[in-house]
Design a protein around this ligand. Structure first.
Ligand code: NI
Length: 230
């Protein structure tokens, strides 16, 4: 099975040539997967020196990797305790979905009139693969690919990086909590409506559908958490 590209793909988000991979990238990817998959749970302490030793590198790339995961809200860095895996937190869901509505609403408004055929194809391809996918890890990654493809022509690489960061922050919740096929069907219908609106160049409908999609997705996640899913 081909390996999925990393979640927050800088090349995709920023349309820049991908920079060469560093030790910090490798450490961040491996630690991210440990947290997203639940191998590391909320409250666990991550020691910088142990992390560096395990990867056979100096402390500098380990520190860079930890800072990166902090920016994705997967870990918290405390002045005394050091790096700790962020606990599951309903406020985080509310904040991430509110931020996504702000950032993606703006990016889609800018991007929609400028989308190329290749951008639309990329969104369509992610959507088609989402239809058949049942693995929560891959559903999360494909969902992000779809959303980022529709925002790709916004002309602001930093905005796209911020959006990718919010997707990364939500991924852990989505993977853990979202397995309902009901939600998948509704979510896919909304994705389809967004893509169709973008094809027609109907910015208003695309953005209104995105906002409903995020509002509903955030509320369903919170409800699942209250039911004891986390
Ligand atoms: Ni979505």
């Amino acid at each position: 099975m081909p390996k999925m590209p990393p979640f927050a793909e800088p090349g995709l988000a920023g349309r820049r040539a991908a920079p060469p991979r560093t030790a910090a990238d490798d450490i961040a990817d491996s630690l991210r997967e440990d947290i997203l998959s639940g191998r590391l749970t909320g409250g666990e302490i991550i020691r910088q020196d142990e992390l560096a030793a395990r990867h056979g590198v100096s402390r500098m790339p380990a520190r860079d990797a930890l800072r990166r995961l902090e920016s994705e809200a997967l870990i918290e860095i405390h002045p005394t305790r050091g790096a700790v895996v962020a606990p599951f937190d309903p406020d985080a869901i509310r904040e991430i979905y509110a931020l996504r509505a702000l950032l993606e609403g703006e990016a889609l408004t800018l991007s929609c009139p400028r989308l190329s055929a290749a951008d639309i194809d990329e969104a369509e391809a992610a959507l088609a693969r989402l239809e058949a996918e049942r693995d929560p890890a891959r559903i999360g990654a494909l969902n992000s690919r779809f959303h980022l493809a529709l925002c790709a022509a916004c002309g602001n690489a930093r905005l796209l990086d911020l959006i990718a960061g919010q997707h990364a922050g939500a991924e852990r919740y989505v993977r853990r909590l979202l397995t309902g096929l009901d939600h998948q069907a509704q979510s896919q219908a909304e994705h389809r409506a967004m893509l169709d609106a973008c094809r027609r160049g109907d910015v208003e409908t695309a953005v209104a559908t995105l906002r409903r999609h995020l509002d509903d997705g955030g509320r369903r996640l919170l409800a699942t958490m209250r039911e004891g899913g986390a």
